[in-house]
Design a protein around this ligand. Structure first.
Ligand code: GDP
Ligand code: GDP
Length: 433
C-alpha cells in the first residue's frame, strides 16, 4: 500500500550521500515544486515511473559511543518494523565491522525486501574487495559509489521492481491523517471528534501489524481517519524517538488526502512540526493546521494574530493553509476543523476550465510580464491545468528557461488568490511553445 524505503547502516558508510543522490534526482526532474526542501532525512523520489519515500536513518543518532550503538540498533529495528523496503549500506573501504555484522544479524530475520549496497566502490578495482560482504549472509549485493553515482542505477532498478504501482485514484471518501508531535493532542482530538459514537465500519489493514485507516461518519460527513496517535502507545519501541514520529507520519501522510497537523499552542511551531508540514507538502497532500490547547493560552488582544503570522512566515510561499485555534479538551472548533478539512479535500480535486484560467491569468501575466533576462523578453502565450490528481499547471512560453523563482511564486500567489486553492500544494511548470 505504500513505498517507504529506509536506508540503514552504521555511521560513515555513506547513507546521507546516497540519500542525497536519490532525492536530488527527483528535484532535478520536477522543475517547479512550490515550497522548499528543508528536512534532510526524508525525501520523495521516483524511478521507472514509481514513486517512493526515502528515509535516511543516519541523521538521528546522537550521544556517546555506547548510546550511539544502542541508538543504531533501535533505528534499524524501527526501520525493519516501519519501512517496506530496506537499503543496507556497507563500506568497502572499511570492510565488515562488528557493527555491520550486528545489523546484518537483525536483517537476516526480516521478511521484507533488503537490498545490500556496498558503497564507495568508486572504481572497478574495488569490485573484488566487495566479495567479502557475502559473509554477512544476506546474499547478493550491489556495488555502488554514492559519490560518483556508479552502480546506483542498478540498485534503483532492483528497488523499483519491488515497489508497488501507484494506486489508482478512486472516487473515495476523504482520508484525513491526524499528525503531529507526541503530546500535541492527537488522541484527544480524535476522541473529542468521535466521542462515544465511534462508528467503525471498516478496518483496512494498513500493514500486517495494525490498522490505521478507519471510517467514520460525523457531522454529516463520511471520512476516513488515518490515525497515528493510537498505534504509538502499543508499540514496544521507545516512544521518544524522533525518528519513530517521522516514520509514522510518513506512512500516515502517504495514505491520506488531507493532513491535519496538530500543534501544541503552548509550544509553538517547532522543527519537527515543520518537517511534518513539508512532508505533506512534498507529497502534494492537502494540509490544515490545528493549534490545539488554545484553552491554556492567556489571550492578549493579538495573541492569535501573532501566532498565525509566525506560522505563515515559516511556511511561505504556501501561505493560504487554513490555521484553526482549537481545544480538544473543551471541543472548541473541532467541528469547524473537520469542515475545513473537507473544504481542502474539495479544493484539491478542483479543475479550473482552461478558458477561465486563460481569461484571468493571461491578463495578469501580460500586465506583469516576467522580467527580461539577458536582454531577452519572455512571453507567456497560453496556460492550462494538467489532468493530474492534484492541481498542477503548465504555462507555455517562448523562453521557459528564463523564468526565475520569484516569478513562479508570483504566478502561484495569483492562482491561489483567484481560484481558492486553500490548503492545497500546487505545481507550476513553464514549458516551451
Ligand atoms: P553516513 O554517516 O552513513 O550518512 O555517511 P555520509 O554520507 O555522511 O558519508 C561518510 C563519508 O563517506 C563522507 O566523507 C562521504 O563523502 C564519504 N562517502 C560517501 N559515499 C562515498 C563513495 O561512494 N565513495 C567515497 N570514496 N566516499 C564516499
Ligand atoms: P498525542 O500524543 O498527540 O495523542 O496527545 P494526547 O491526546 O495524548 O494529549 C497529550 C496531553 O495533552 C494529555 O495530557 C491531554 O489531556 C492534553 N491535552 C490534549 N488536548 C488538550 C487541550 O485542548 N487542552 C488542554 N488543556 N490539554 C490538552
Amino acid at each position: 500500500m505504500s513505498n517507504i524505503v529506509a536506508i540503514v547502516g552504521r555511521p560513515n558508510v555513506g547513507k546521507s550521500t546516497l540519500f542525497n543522490r536519490l532525492v536530488q534526482r527527483r528535484e532535478a526532474i520536477v522543475d517547479s515544486v512550490s515550497g522548499v526542501t528543508r528536512d534532510r532525512h526524508y525525501g520523495k523520489s521516483d524511478w521507472n515511473g514509481k514513486e517512493f519515500s526515502v528515509i535516511d536513518t543516519g541523521g538521528y543518532a546522537v550521544g556517546s559511543d555506547d548510546v550511539f550503538e544502542e541508538e543504531i540498533r533501535k533505528q534499524v529495528q524501527l526501520a525493519i518494523e516501519e519501512a517496506d523496503i530496506i537499503i543496507f549500506v556497507v563500506d568497502v573501504e572499511q570492510g565488515i565491522t562488528p557493527m555491520d555484522s550486528e545489523v546484518a544479524k537483525l536483517l537476516r530475520k526480516v521478511k521484507k525486501p533488503i537490498l545490500m549496497a556496498v558503497n564507495k566502490v568508486d572504481n572497478a578495482m574495488r569490485d573484488a574487495d566487495a566479495v567479502e560482504f557475502y559473509n554477512l549472509g544476506l546474499g547478493d549485493y550491489f556495488t555502488i559509489s554514492s559519490i560518483n553515482g556508479s552502480g546506483t542505477g542498478e540498485l534503483l532498478d532492483a528497488l523499483a521492481e519491488k515497489l508497488e504501482d501507484a494506486p489508482e485514484e478512486k472516487d473515495e471518501l476523504p482520508r484525513f491523517a491526524v499528525v503531529g508531535r507526541p503530546n500535541a493532542g492527537k488522541s484527544s482530538f480524535i476522541n473529542a471528534l468521535i466521542g462515544q459514537e465511534r462508528f467503525v465500519v471498516t478496518d483496512i489493514a494498513g500493514t500486517t501489524r495494525d490498522s490505521i485507516d478507519t471510517k467514520y461518519n460525523r457531522f454529516g460527513f463520511d471520512f476516513n481517519l488515518v490515525d497515528t496517535a493510537g498505534i504509538r502507545k502499543k508499540s514496544k519501541v521507545k516512544e521518544d524517538l524522533e525518528f519513530y514520529t517521522v516514520m509514522r507520519a510518513v506512512r500516515a501522510i502517504e495514505h491520506c488526502d488531507v493532513a491535519i497537523l496538530v500543534l501544541d499552542a503552548t509550544r509553538g511551531f517547532e522543527g519537527q512540526d515543520e518537517n511534518i508540514f513539508w512532508l505533506a507538502e512534498k507529497n502534494k497532500k492537502g494540509i490544515i493546521i490545528l493549534v490545539n490547547k488554545w484553552d491554556l493560552i492567556e489571550k492578549e488582544t493579538n495573541t492569535m494574530r501573532d501566532f498565525e503570522a509566525q506560522v505563515r512566515k515559516e511556511i511561505a510561499p504556501f501561505t493560504d493553509v487554513p490555521i484553526l485555534f482549537i481545544s480538544a479538551l473543551t471541543k472548541q472548533r473541532i467541528f469547524k476543523a473537520i469542515e475545513t478539512a473537507v473544504e481542502v479535500f474539495e479544493n484539491r480535486k478542483k479543475r479550473i476550465p482552461t478558458s477561465k484560467l486563460n481569461d484571468t491569468m493571461l491578463e495578469i501575466v501580460k500586465q506583469y510580464s516576467p522580467p527580461a533576462y539577458k536582454g531577452k523578453f519572455v512571453k507567456i502565450k497560453y496556460c492550462m491545468q494538467l489532468p493530474t490528481p492534484t492541481p498542477q499547471f503548465v504555462f507555455f512560453c517562448n523562453l521557459p528557461q528564463y523564468i526565475r523563482d520569484p516569478y513562479k511564486r508570483f504566478v502561484e500567489n495569483k492562482l491561489r488568490e483567484l481560484f481558492d486553492l486553500k490548503g492545497v500544494p500546487i505545481v507550476i511548470y513553464f514549458r516551451q511553445k
